[in-house]
Design a binder for this molecule. Structure first.
Ligand SMILES: Nc1ncnc2c1ncn2[C@@H]1O[C@H](COP(=O)(O)OP(=O)(O)OP(=O)(O)O)[C@@H](O)[C@H]1O
Length: 255
């Protein structure tokens, strides 16, 4: 794909209300400081992509935004509308209860909410409608991730958090996963997505946040980051910013 084609040409988001806001967010696991004084805002109608080296704290930040982890300091605020399901979540390794079919799985999640869900439309959107009667344990890894994407948007939450949605997907379906993020943003959802696929991020993200060495090392629209760093693409921005990578060490597993 040419550079020109890879440029994000999606119309600018019309609504820019803050839906998720993190202020002075710090997270330590025992002695290991993973995130240090992070401030970020995720806006309605936009795709915010979180990138950074392995172990730099992307999943930790996403789980803090979800409220699945307690920050060591700072806070997270959900500032979106009061709805049944404020935030949808695709974990890095989605897993589903065995023996249920694809359709039963989505119907189960839909049954937990009063907001109606068009299961057929949802499964069609992620290309799983044709396998709707297949048990979830018979899905491939990529199909399981697509089911996770479908599950995460049941109830049309105002914010959606995708942890590596394209991981394990073939190029077509990886692109499809990012197209879904763009479609969600177009209808007003605040999407935050972590990914190592810089080409897809450059193409689909409105804002990129590059985590490095516990902090936000670069932030902005992909093209603006390229201009600021006088480079041709997001990979070169990433390379320049992370060149002085500080190795992270692990401690005991704690919550
Ligand atoms: N429960 C925990 N206890 C101790 N350390 C943890 C815990 N969870 C994560 N870590 C450590 O925190 C650091 C950040 O992990 P995290 O999973 O957030 O990174 P990541 O950027 O999502 O990585 P990747 O790109 O490899 O998925 C890593 O060093 C990891 O080992």
């Amino acid at each position: 794909m040419s550079k020109q084609q890879s440029t994000n040409t999606r119309p600018a988001a019309t609504s820019q209300e803050a839906v998720l806001r993190a202020t002075d967010l710090t997270k330590q696991y025992s002695e290991l400081t993973v995130l240090d004084s992070i401030d970020l805002t995720v806006h309605a109608g936009s795709v915010t992509a979180l990138i950074g080296p392995n172990g730099t704290g992307k999943t930790t930040l996403l789980r803090l935004l979800l409220g699945h982890l307690e920050p060591t300091a700072g806070n997270v605020e959900y500032a979106g509308p009061a709805v049944e399901r404020p935030i949808g979540y695709l974990p890095q390794q989605p897993a589903f209860r065995p023996h249920f079919t694809v359709e039963e799985t989505i119907s189960f999640y839909a049954s937990l909410l009063e907001t109606p869900t068009d299961t057929k439309e949802l499964l069609t959107q992620v290309d799983l409608y044709d396998v709707r009667n297949r048990p979830v344990e018979a899905l491939s890894g990529g199909m399981t991730r697509l089911l996770g994407i479908a599950q995460s948007v049941v109830g049309n939450p105002p914010a959606v958090i995708f942890d590596e949605p394209a991981s394990g997907l073939d190029p077509t379906m990886g692109t499809k996963a990012f197209e879904i993020t763009a479609q969600l943003a177009e209808r007003g959802t605040a999407v935050i997505v972590s990914s190592h696929d810089l080409a897809l991020v450059e193409r689909y993200a409105d804002t990129v946040i590059l985590l490095h060495d516990k902090q936000i090392a670069a932030q902005g629209p992909p093209q603006q980051l390229c201009q600021t760093h006088s480079v041709a693409d997001l990979w070169e921005v990433y390379d320049a910013v992370t060149a002085t990578e500080t190795p992270q060490t692990n401690t005991e597993v704690t919550q």
